[in-house]
Design a protein around this ligand. Structure first.
Ligand SMILES: *Cc1c(COP(=O)(O)O)cnc(C)c1O
Length: 397
């Protein structure tokens, strides 16, 4: 956690813009969701029943991919992809520095080495030139993170990394498109998370989408200890026999979580639309505030706004990000910072010898960025509160 500076410690007349905190993200659960989970709980199957396949088919249809595999979380989805690509000792996988640690950790789980690439200054997305710089004879994959909900430049990445498989970490980007093509169909393997702060939720959960049926089948076995049939299939076949053909894990998602996911999916399209509306309100409002700027959005994409990330320019805004963060929190605005660059985490500096100077664009951006509240249940008046707080913090300096 960053230190929470008390800006108004002794000022009893201070009235924040909001008396209760507006969080940066929040799930939407309705009566239909609750009923769907209850029905699942009352059924014969608590885990790996009919709802798993139903959820997978519904999500595959939603993104327009041939196959989806549900796993216990997004990190398990990333791990499964690295394992499916047979990443192991001596293998290098290129990962952007500006992402959640899980995008890199999945490489380490398999004994591989994450090689950190820098990001584009305007979008903070994986920079294809930096990818080109990092490629060696040992490069086995590239993790393309659709940071904040904007798809990476997949064509440019393919061009600099010909023949190298891409794993899309699309945890931020369901509903986004790149050159008219849906996220979830842009890479060989595409990972999603259904953690409550993401676009839709199953509590914990994750998905991999792919066009390759062989990959989908392999990942289904991987999530079930590397065993090729699940308990339900054996029950139906009246058989006890099974074979473990690869080393897998227990990364299964339960049936009642899938029930929640199926119900949530019916509202996902409208939630993506609402996120875009909120972003447009921010775009408009922030254009009137000096010293603060949203990240760039490329013309060939439709953003799906998991995050709304702005950059603060200290000289123009009048205060640095650290103080702005504390002041906005005191105004009841739940701002956040995504992310500390992964290569600066002590685990990576200690075990992989990474450090400052490796990805200067990500390192510099980290000092300036703030994520503003962004979730589909936000009202227009909530956006106005954020803008008012921003004005206040700016004019106070
Ligand atoms: C959320 C997230 C993950 C991990 O998902 P979990 O479901 O929390 O395991 C991985 N990568 C990115 C970019 C994420 O935002």
């Amino acid at each position: 956690m960053e230190p929470f500076l008390s800006v108004h410690g002794n000022d009893s007349s201070f009235e924040p813009v909001r008396s209760s905190v507006l969080p940066y993200g929040r799930q939407e659960i309705n009566e239909d969701d609750i009923q769907a989970v209850i029905v699942a709980l009352q059924s014969d199957w608590l885990t790996t029943g009919p709802r798993v396949q139903e959820f997978e088919r519904a999500f595959a249809a939603w993104v327009g991919s041939s196959h989806a595999v549900a796993l216990s979380n997004g990190t398990a989805a990333l791990h499964a992809c690295m394992a499916a690509l047979r990443i192991g000792s001596g293998d290098e996988v290129i990962v952007p520095a500006m992402t959640f640690a899980a995008s890199a950790n999945c490489v380490v789980y398999c004994g591989g080495t994450p090689v950190f690439a820098d990001v584009d200054k305007g979008t903070l997305l994986l920079d294809p030139e930096s990818v080109a710089d990092r490629i060696t004879k040992r490069t086995r994959a590239v993790v393309a993170v659709d940071y904040g909900g904007q798809p990476c430049d997949y064509d440019a990445i393919r061009e600099v990394a010909p023949g190298i498989p891409i794993v899309a970490d699309a945890c931020h980007a369901p509903g986004a498109t790149y050159r008219g093509q849906s996220v979830g169909t842009l890479a060989e393997l595409n990972c999603f998370s259904t953690h409550p702060v993401k676009h839709f939720t199953t509590g914990e959960g994750g998905l991999v989408t792919t066009e390759e049926s062989g990959m989908a089948e392999w990942i289904r076995a991987f999530r079930n200890h590397g065993i090729t049939t699940d308990h339900r299939q054996r029950a139906e076949a009246g058989s006890w026999y099974y074979e473990m053909v690869d080393l897998g894990y227990n990364y299964r998602l339960t049936d009642f979580q899938c029930a929640l996911g199926i119900s949530q999916l019916t509202r996902l399209r409208q939630w993506v639309d609402r996120r875009r509306e909120i972003a447009a309100l921010y775009d408009k409002g922030l254009s009137a505030i000096n010293g603060i700027q949203a990240l760039a959005v490329r013309p060939e994409v439709e953003h799906s706004y998991h995050l709304y990330v702005v950059r603060l320019f200290e000289e123009l805004f009048g205060t640095d990000r650290q103080s702005a963060f504390a002041s906005l929190r005191q105004e009841g605005i739940g701002v956040n910072v995504h992310y500390p660059p992964v290569h600066l985490h002590p685990y990576y500096t200690t075990h992989f010898g990474t450090g400052r100077g490796l990805c200067p664009v990500a390192e510099d951006a980290y000092e300036k960025i703030l994520s503003l509240p962004m979730f589909p249940g936000m009202l227009d008046s909530d956006v106005e509160d954020v803008l008012e707080a921003m004005q206040r913090v700016r004019s106070r300096v």
